[in-house]
Design a protein around this ligand. Structure first.
Ligand SMILES: Cc1ncc(COP(=O)(O)O)c(C=O)c1O
Length: 457
């Protein structure tokens, strides 16, 4: 049986008028040619409805880690659906796929992060972490310990609570829930926040900012510090060396749970299954993850909690009043197991330790271009910030749409990249070889050069 899904540009875009896109200017999308319909994908490439083959420079949405079209994952999903299409993990029910995936994830997670709650998005994983911590503190007799430290530049998702954790720029013109519950510390963004300081000096400022917030709010009122190892959707912001370890020490001293949002940074993107311990040298109390957990083949997230927290929430007085119909969905769990099997069998994280560094170096080479202010990030998680003036770091006006202009120039040359204001984000599949990396670099150089020439910068 074939499904009647439109494949030609006209047909796709006609039916698309009923679809509400995410993080988009819906009015601008009404114009002809504003949308790109992706109809097929294989390996490191996707095809649009005009038949163009494009390098997937953003890995779907920082998620297709093992590449598109892997039969092992697709077959595992189909086989699981034939055996057990759906059953819940509510009440006393469990099923083999969810149980096996939880065991696998716990075995790979650092420290005593041994217990896993599945959701179906990174946003839900973060909401779940907050709900669990609130419940945990109530059970410990500390109901006031419920406020949260997050950071400017953070992105933690789009449900009402996850959006409140996110940097305020993402909810401009929208209401946010959890008013007064979330406090945003300084972004660890030296290029913009502290251009004249050394990393060490800036680290001291960031430490003091956290200590001041704890002093002001009171440690007895704070349950968690949320932090991505690298801030992704905030502009690929890497913190000064030693930052996470130091923040972890401070939070531990004040009985504040450290929640590492590894929605993007896990599953090989930075060369390891998880990056908090292996890259940054700290073990958090909770890790939230999604995306590369299934390489995007199924919607699945995980909130991985420490044994210490689990001991309390599974104690005699506790009742776990949290649940989503699709938590640990059999097909998603099967996709997760097959995906991790590929990551392990093909040693993808280990390969990324080499290829990711080649990618990073290739992109950093673009810093010799006049319009490129800073190239930052790590391995296959990179951002390029464009500036009007390299010496003064003067920014382009937002309506210059520099990121979008460069992204469009890239797409016309066969590369999908993501625009974010004056920044271009690259987070491709993890199966890039050196030839593909050279292609990406060539397209970027040509596209940036073209926009730079048009602007006379
Ligand atoms: C670091 C981080 N956390 C959370 C999320 C939210 O995940 P989702 O879009 O699956 O809800 C994202 C999404 O990009 C993310 O980058």
């Amino acid at each position: 049986m074939t499904l009647d899904i439109p494949n030609r540009t006209d047909d796709v875009l006609t039916s698309d008028t009923h679809l509400i896109q995410s993080f988009a200017n819906l009015n601008a999308l009404k114009q002809d040619g504003a949308r790109t319909a992706i109809v097929r994908a294989t390996g490191a490439h996707v095809f649009d409805s005009e038949g163009n083959k494009l390098i997937d420079g953003i890995g779907g949405l920082w998620c297709v880690n093992v590449g598109h079209g892997r039969d092992e994952v697709i077959d595992a999903i189909a086989e699981q659906l034939r055996t057990l299409d759906y059953y819940s993990t509510f009440y006393n029910f469990t099923h083999p796929a969810a149980a096996a995936l939880a065991e696998k994830v716990a075995s790979l997670a650092p420290g005593r992060l041994d217990h896993v709650y599945f959701g179906n998005s990174g946003s839900v994983a973060n909401d779940t972490a907050v709900r669990i911590l609130h419940h945990y503190n109530i059970l410990r007799g500390k109901p006031e310990k419920r406020q949260i430290l997050s950071r400017m530049g953070a992105y933690h998702g789009s449900t009402h609570l996850a959006m409140a954790l996110t940097t305020p720029a993402y909810s401009e013109g929208w209401a946010t829930a959890a008013d007064g519950l979330v406090h945003h510390l300084k972004a660890p963004h030296r290029y913009r926040e502290a251009p004249d300081m050394s990393d060490a000096e800036f680290l001291t400022v960031l430490e003091q900012d956290m200590l001041d917030a704890i002093h002001r709010i009171g440690a007895d009122n704070i349950c968690a510090f949320f932090a991505e190892p690298i801030q992704g959707a905030g502009g690929v912001i890497t913190a000064p060396p030693g930052y996470h370890k130091r923040m972890r020490e401070i939070t531990a001293e004040h009985d504040i749970a450290y929640v590492a949002d590894e929605v993007v940074t896990a599953w090989g993107r930075l060369g390891h299954m998880f990056s908090s311990e292996d890259v940054y040298g700290y073990v958090p109390d909770i890790i939230t993850t999604a995306k590369g957990l299934t390489s995007g083949y199924q919607p699945l997230s995980a909130t991985i909690i420490s044994s210490e927290i689990h001991d309390v929430i599974s104690g005699p007085e506790a009742m776990f009043l949290h649940g989503m119909t699709y938590s640990g969905h059999p097909a998603a769990a099967a996709a997760g197991l097959a995906n991790i099997d590929i990551l392990e069998r093909e040693r993808i994280p280990e390969r990324v330790q080499t290829t990711g560094k080649v990618f990073e170096a290739a992109l950093r080479g673009l810093e010799d271009m006049t319009m490129v202010g800073e190239v930052r990030g790590s391995h296959f998680m990179m951002g390029i910030e464009f500036v009007k003036n390299k010496d003064t770091r003067e920014e382009f006006e937002p309506d210059a749409m520099i990121g979008t202009r460069v992204a469009q120039a890239c797409q016309a040359r066969g590369l999908i990249a993501r625009a974010l204001g004056n920044i271009l984000i690259l987070s491709p599949t993890l199966i890039m070889d050196e030839a593909m990396i050279a292609d990406i670099e060539g397209i970027l150089r040509e596209s940036i050069g073209k926009v730079s020439e048009e602007l006379g910068v």
